[in-house]
Design a binder for this molecule. Structure first.
Ligand code: NI
Length: 166
């Protein structure tokens, strides 16, 4: 396993749209292992391939405190949604920034596993928000882009200051 470099907002590569995964091979499993190690190392609860500069429609999530409930979603797609919920979100690509975002409260997600099997599952609460946040990454959207342009400019300046030396 290897730790991967996480891109930080406002890196333009975070706005690239990810491509459908077509090969369910060893390389994909290795990428998931590396992404999981990277997510756990950084105390994240979700990570999209886009955040490690890989344009594949792949996200991982683990909302457990014990870090042993890894969920892998290949080619995830929200097929239905209902309700509305406002929650505080954060992101490994925007470290130290937390703000409220309005999301669908309940979603049905169609996705594939690492073998290519297709599932549709329903999620609510934190899992629902997390899946929506991560799918946004695959479409080139970072959660801070839901905030006012004033806040976004402030966050950009803050990030540039933090990562100036990198
Ligand atoms: Ni994120």
């Amino acid at each position: 396993m290897a730790l991967l470099e996480i891109l930080h907002f406002p890196d333009p590569r975070l706005h690239l749209k990810a491509h459908l995964v077509k090969s369910f091979d060893k390389e994909l499993k290795k990428l998931v292992d590396d992404m999981a190690q990277t997510m756990y190392q950084n105390d994240g609860i979700g990570l999209a391939a886009t955040q490690v500069n890989i344009q594949k429609r792949l996200i991982i999530i683990d909302v457990s405190k014990s870090n042993d409930q890894l969920l892998v979603f290949v080619n995830p797609e929200v097929v239905s949604r209902s309700g509305e919920v406002i929650g505080e979100e954060g992101c490994l690509s925007v470290p130290g920034v937390y703000d409220s975002v309005t999301r669908s409260e309940n979603i049905s997600v169609k996705f594939q596993d690492l073998e290519g099997n297709i599932y549709t599952k329903d999620y609510t609460g934190l899992m629902s928000v997390c899946v929506q946040h991560e799918i946004d990454h695959l479409d080139g959207k970072v959660f801070v882009e839901y905030l006012s342009s004033l806040k976004q400019n402030f966050i950009k300046k803050k990030m540039k200051k933090i990562f100036k030396s990198q």
